[in-house]
Design a protein around this ligand. Structure first.
Ligand code: CMP
Length: 135
């Protein structure tokens, strides 16, 4: 599960980011634009509840529309995480999405699931069964 965050959408980076995943060979199994409600954003980021950055994270993630997608491929989770780079855009290497487009730890353009378990949980927050296409 990958999200293009509100900063990525505002900065017109949707095509650029989707294009990188497609060129890598990952298969897009679901894709949509949505504007998260506070409730959905809090559910999506429930593991961070209580952390000092939680409130600003929720405000940011509900500040505009996002793109959500389900990607499939061999070792997709680790491949995608390598492609996006570490959380802090200032430390992300050039060539990664955050390395090329982010200069912040909070406004870092994309989110990607960190394990199959969190991917499954996150997908269930955002997508219904019939929105995921088997092809
Ligand atoms: P993401 O991969 O979406 O997962 C949690 C998000 O919290 C993270 O990217 C950042 O955008 C945001 N965040 C803001 N501050 C911090 C912080 N100090 N540590 C970790 N994540 C942070």
């Amino acid at each position: 599960m990958v999200l293009i965050k509100p900063d990525g959408v505002r900065r017109r980076l949707i095509g650029e980011i989707i294009s990188r995943f497609e060129k890598k060979g990952l298969k897009i199994k679901a894709l949509k634009m949505l504007w998260l409600t506070r409730e959905k954003a809090e559910e999506f980021y429930s593991v961070h509840k209580g952390k000092p950055f939680f409130e600003s994270l929720i405000e940011f993630m509900t500040s505009g529309p996002i793109i959500a997608m389900v990607l499939e491929g061999d070792k997709a989770i680790s491949v995608v995480r390598l492609m996006i780079g570490p959380t802090d855009g200032r430390e992300a290497p050039p060539g990664t999405i955050r390395g090329d487009y982010a200069l912040s730890k909070s406004e870092n353009v994309v989110h990607a699931s960190d394990s199959p378990e969190s991917a499954e949980r996150e997908i269930r927050v955002i997508f219904s069964e019939e929105e995921i296409i088997d092809w």
